[in-house]
Design a protein around this ligand. Sequence first.
Ligand code: ATP
Length: 253
Amino acid sequence: MSAPALELTGLKKSFGKAEIIRGIDLSIGKAERHAIIGPNGAGKSTLFNLITARFPPTAGTVKLHGEDLAGLEPYQINRKGLSRSFQITNIFPKMSVFENVRCALLWAQGYKYSFWNLVSRSRGLNEGADAILEQINLLERRDVAAGLLSYAEQRALEIGITIAGGADVIMLDEPTAGMSHSETDYITDLILKVTAGKTLIMVEHDMGVVFGLADRISVLVYGEIIATNTPELVRADPKVQEAYLGAALEAEH
Ligand SMILES: Nc1ncnc2c1ncn2[C@@H]1O[C@H](COP(=O)(O)OP(=O)(O)OP(=O)(O)O)[C@@H](O)[C@H]1O
């Protein structure tokens, strides 16, 4: 049997005396869509930062396709096929939409920015950028400065940048934060489309999005996973209801 896409074992993180991630074991299969939910301050962003090596763990291991990532830099992990977005939109606002995606492609291929002029003529790269713009429905906006896009379009561009390198494990941190209902539906459909056949790991507060997208959900409370299961079973779990979901679902109505 092949290794899971991502496997966390005994993962812990302390900041000073505060233990924020308190021993996480989690296995996420290839092409699974997995949502991580939980109250504010539960440690979801910290967990993302541990997986992508922005923070070193205090204990435990992170394996990508069976390979231990200990000691690797974030960019090295990125080149092994794990790519993440951030809560805050992370685009270059003065560059065009097209240049933002092309830049992400360049980065994924390991070029230096000083090679810019040389590679600007590279047809493959330009075609690759256009193909991504088409996937994220921004082809018609390709020459607009990214900072002039609407908020939802900027988040779509962020998703395009995240998938540009061809990673097969995609991590999205609150992709629908701050969106209206219609924008949320739009981005949810987009995520479904661009992550087809890939592994998706997503932190999200909108329960409509979580229950619409996820194959499985993990509930993180005070640095521990209290349940990992299908949406139906997580929803019905009294522990989850008590610790989080009751309040979260109520907040939506
Ligand atoms: N670099 C850091 N140094 C010290 N404490 C930190 C650091 N990063 C996070 N924390 C603490 O870790 C806890 C978990 O924060 P984290 O941002 O991971 O939670 P979260 O579940 O993502 O919350 P939210 O849903 O509000 O984004 C918080 O108490 C936070 O103050």
